[in-house]
Design a protein around this ligand. Structure first.
Ligand SMILES: Cc1cc2nc3c(=O)[nH]c(=O)nc-3n(C[C@H](O)[C@H](O)[C@H](O)COP(=O)(O)O)c2cc1C
Length: 133
């Protein structure tokens, strides 16, 4: 399965999570702020991440999802970092993706209070598990 990781990050937390996931999957990574070279058709699995912003995904991520081409059953994984509560941000992304015909197979989230102490190992375990299925 050919995967790529797409993310937005303001202060580096989501970037660190995205890089950790991309490293684990040995997948290319794109910053949604400037996704140069990203062609959706090149991949079977899109892994899309955002920080929580006012209880929602970052606006650039919502816009990016709305502008994706039709997914026709293509798989997605959504993830977020947050400080207080992830609220419905991942469900929101999932429903935007579903409108386009993408199937979300996993949601990953991490509360990051101090970036230097962020530990994504539980997320990587979940990721490996779902990719084996
Ligand atoms: C403008 C703004 C709004 C935020 N809104 C929320 C929120 O609604 N819920 C929450 O848990 N964290 C919220 N946060 C915290 C960030 O989601 C959290 O620090 C995240 O890890 C930042 O990711 P980044 O370093 O990739 O930008 C907010 C941060 C900012 C700057």
């Amino acid at each position: 399965m050919k995967a790529c990781v797409l993310y937005i990050s303001r202060t580096g937390n989501t970037k660190l999570m995205a890089e950790t996931i991309a490293g684990h999957l040995n997948a290319p990574i794109f910053d949604i702020a400037k996704p140069e070279g990203f062609v959706s058709g090149d991949f079977d699995l899109l892994v899309v991440g955002t920080p929580l912003m006012g209880g929602r995904p970052a606006p650039e991520v919502s816009a990016f999802l709305q502008n994706l081409p039709e997914g026709a059953g293509k798989k997605t994984i959504v993830f977020c970092t947050y400080a207080i509560t992830k609220a419905g941000a991942l469900k929101n992304m999932q429903s935007e993706l579903a409108k386009k015909g993408y199937v979300t197979v996993l949601e990953l989230s991490k509360r990051v209070l101090r970036q230097s102490k962020a530990d994504f190992s539980d997320c990587l375990v979940e990721l490996s598990k779902i990719l084996k299925e």
